[in-house]
Design a protein around this ligand. Structure first.
Ligand code: BTN
Length: 334
């Protein structure tokens, strides 16, 4: 009910909406509307009520609340359930737990802060309160396990579209897991799955967004930035979360229908950061690479499996995510 009230108040923009019309549209009593408006006010939504006119939404708190995220989502869309936490160890861990308990595909777990945020390759993910977005989607793809890595690419595509729509700036993808602005990382993706050899029980795609951070720890400062630092505008986190959730549902439906990325390759390549640039292909960890583990080539785009096509010594080679890391010849991207 709160999500629906918020949606109606947002749609009314700076106009008042009468209590009567809220009751009629929602099919509930005046008392129910009044009670829910009271709870929204307690949550920090500034809603003024004027007798004879009705209610008007003046401002929203910078919090990640499920009703607000849902208020931006279509009722019949992919994301049917949102669970929000002020603090949690890791949204990926929570999403996996919920998937084990049988929660459906399309459930989103969101946190304002993580105490044990997980990055790729056993690294951590700094997850301070009030500035980032930490979220994980539960998926149950009807695809073989070998195809699930494509989810990461779908996630990156959806996040680029969401950032562009909500923040008015076009990010690029550093294949396969990072979304970047001005050559620095604003979003990282960690996809995990539980499967048998031929059958996927579930997958979880976890996304960490550097939304409103103003500073970063020394060890990541060189490669990390936030959307706020790049645009000078504070990111409405609930709105960006919802824009991503909606966009992801749409791209994921295409990916699942095709069983591969063929319908998305062109759009992906268009925002591929390293496209037609020289790259270094590291087999194994970048940090411990020996010269023989590194190949130099030109990134040409992805194929329908989501592998990166790199031209090495005049031959196009498909390199698979999970097996290699890509760097620019002079640094993280370029
Ligand atoms: C990376 O190493 O770039 C991937 C980082 C993924 C971080 C996100 S934050 C939400 C979700 N929960 C986690 O513990 N990790 C992912």
């Amino acid at each position: 009910m709160k999500a629906k009230i918020l949606k109606l108040l947002q749609e009314a923009s700076d106009r008042y909406i009468s209590g009567q019309s809220l009751c009629e549209t929602l099919g509930v009593t005046r008392q129910a509307v009044w009670k829910n408006i009271g709870q929204l006010k307690e949550m920090g939504y500034e809603i003024v009520s004027v007798s004879g006119k009705g209610y008007r939404l003046v401002s929203t708190p910078d919090r990640l609340y499920a009703p607000e995220i849902q208020s931006f989502l279509p009722e019949d869309g992919f994301c049917q359930k949102v669970e929000c936490h002020d603090e949690i160890d890791s949204t990926n861990l929570r999403a996996k737990q919920l998937a084990e308990l049988g929660e459906p595909e399309g459930m989103l777990v969101v946190a304002d802060k993580q105490t044990a945020g997980r990055g790729r390759r056993g690294r951590g993910w700094t997850s301070e309160a009030g500035v980032g977005i930490y979220m994980s989607y539960i998926l149950r793809p009807s695809l073989p396990p070998s195809k699930v890595s494509g989810v990461t690419l779908v996630t990156a595509l959806a996040m680029c579209q969401a950032i562009s729509q909500v923040c008015g700036v076009q990010p690029l993808i550093k294949w396969p897991n990072d979304v970047i602005l001005d050559g620095k990382k604003v979003c990282g993706i960690l996809t995990e799955m539980s499967s048998e050899i031929q059958y996927v029980h579930y997958a979880v795609t976890g996304i960490g967004v550097n939304a409103n951070q103003t500073e970063f720890a020394e060890d990541i400062r060189e490669h990390a930035t936030s959307i706020y630092l790049q645009t000078g505008k504070r990111v409405p986190r609930a709105e960006l979360t919802a824009a991503f959730a909606k966009s992801f549902g749409e791209y994921y439906a295409v990916f699942e229908r095709d069983g591969n990325l063929r319908s998305l390759v062109e759009e992906y390549d268009h925002i591929l950061a390293n496209r037609d640039k020289e790259v270094l292909v590291y087999h194994g960890m970048v940090e411990d690479a020996k010269p023989e583990d590194i190949a130099r080539g030109i990134a040409r785009g992805i194929n329908e499996d989501g592998s990166l096509l790199v031209e090495i010594d005049g031959t196009l080679q498909a390199v698979r995510s999970g097996e290699v890391s890509i760097r620019g010849v002079n640094g993280y991207v370029e």
